[in-house]
Design a protein around this ligand. Structure first.
Ligand code: AMP
Ligand code: MG
Length: 422
């Protein structure tokens, strides 16, 4: 008979019933979250990185007129000789922004600059470097293609066609695109309001002296950084003692003023009892055990009108669960339709020990090989869930799925670059 006493799940368990895997938990979260309502209209510069709340339909053709893509000469292609030389008479010059009223006749050509509207009668632009100029006599060689070096009206965007779809995160290119449509303002989803606090009697805030057994609250700072990068509006409620009344007040305050409430600490076995009690009074939450390392305990649900994540207390577990669960939830809240975390394959520089049973998120350093053919990844060393330095020196997670066992050096693994969120 085993002498081990086990009456509750712990971080050391590998396989066990009633445990969710990472994908199941993420899907449950995404299924229950609905996008924020109440878009706001902003000048396009302020809308960078925000999510479009409605489709943008092009009110004009872009470009508005068929124009030259080169500095050169606009000709009738039929006037040229595919095999030999032909000299045409240049009857004028067209700069960008100018137009030419007269039709260009047979035997004539016009000097044209990039962006200038193509005059009536011509159908082809020959680049300057391909002609010989002799006053108004311009000599062309063979081999010029009909219709070359011309940008068609509406070829970037036709009037009435969808330019940008609702749910898109606006990039620099999108700001330029909106400007090219003459659109000065755009409707975007409002920023998610996120309230967060840390729980634990052992935690001290910056500026306070550290007593025996106490640690500085670092989670609120990593959360501040990650939430800021994710575009949230923040409400930092500080450190809350492990005390039912203090917790109840903090949860109630957070839920009243936020779309999303995030706490760290207090959801593992030792603390769960009164966290459970308080959360049970204020809302509807599930306490999950997730088959992952780090980050096994996770609480998710509703607190009043807000969604709630109770993240584990360990500093690395906070970041891993944030990336795997909170970040997708924030993208969903913002109505972003096609967000996908970046993943790629890389070769291990060293062997990796792993037991099947849980997904592991090993912190790694991804590097391009010298010959640029294949990325390589090394671990950051010790992988304890309290070793925040592993997130600081690392630039990716090495994703090891549940069934995965130990790996040899040189084997391929999937990695998820931090890609700006850390
Ligand atoms: P808990 O989940 O509350 O049992 O905490 C697990 C571990 O994470 C403990 O060692 C805590 O001291 C540590 N921890 C919890 N919250 C924080 C925090 N905000 N900053 C730094 N460490 C923390
Ligand atoms: Mg605690």
């Amino acid at each position: 008979m085993s002498s081990t006493i086990r009456n509750a799940p712990s971080c050391a368990d590998d396989r066990e019933s009633g445990v969710l895997n990472v994908d199941e938990a993420r899907q449950q979260i995404l299924r229950s979250i609905t996008p924020l309502s109440g878009p706001e209209r902003l000048p396009i510069r302020s809308a960078l990185d925000r999510i479009l709340a409605e489709d943008v339909i092009s009110p004009i053709d872009v470009p508005g007129h068929t124009n030259s893509a080169m500095d050169g000469f606009a000709v009738r292609h039929a006037d040229l000789d595919p095999e030999g030389r032909v000299t045409l008479r240049c009857i004028g010059t067209l700069m960008a922004g100018q137009s030419f009223a007269a039709e260009i006749g047979t035997g004539e050509c016009v000097r044209i600059m990039t962006g200038a509207p193509l005059p009536v009668g011509v159908d082809t632009v020959v680049m300057r470097e391909h002609v010989e100029e002799n006053g108004e006599h311009i000599t062309f060689g063979g081999g010029e293609r009909l219709g070359q070096n011309i940008r068609q009206a509406g070829e970037d965007l036709a009037k009435g066609s969808p330019a940008l779809a609702a749910g898109k995160r606006l990039t620099s290119a999108d700001l330029g695109l909106l400007a090219s449509l003459g659109q000065a303002e755009v409707s975007v989803v409002r920023r998610p309001r996120v309230a967060f606090f840390s729980t634990g009697d052992e935690l001290r805030s910056l500026g306070e002296p550290l007593g025996e057994g106490e640690v500085y609250d670092s989670n609120r700072y990593t959360l501040f950084g990650m939430l800021t990068r994710a575009g949230a509006e923040l409400r930092d409620l500080g450190v809350i003692r492990d005390d039912p009344d203090a917790l109840r007040d903090a949860f109630a305050d957070a839920a009243a003023h936020a779309d999303l409430v995030i706490t760290s600490g207090g959801v593992s076995v030792g603390d769960a009892d009164y966290t459970k009690q308080v959360l049970g009074e204020l809302g509807e939450v599930d306490f999950w055990k997730i088959a992952m390392k780090p980050g096994r305990p996770l609480t998710f649900g509703r607190l009043g009108d807000a969604w709630f994540f109770g993240l584990p207390g360990n500093p690395v577990a906070v970041m891993v669960t944030f990336y795997q669960f909170v970040l997708p939830a924030l993208h969903r809240l913002a109505g972003e339709t096609d967000w996908q975390p970046l993943r790629m394959r890389a070769r291990l520089r060293e062997p990796l020990r792993k037991r099947p049973g849980r997904s592991e998120f090993v912190r790694g350093i991804l590097e391009q090989s010298g010959d640029n053919t294949q990325p390589w990844v090394t671990t950051t060393g010790a992988q304890g869930s309290g070793i925040l330095r592993s997130m600081s020196t690392g630039n990716c997670f090495i994703l090891l799925d549940e069934e995965q066992g130990s790996l040899e050096a040189g084997e391929e693994v999937t990695v998820q670059p931090f890609a700006g969120f850390v």
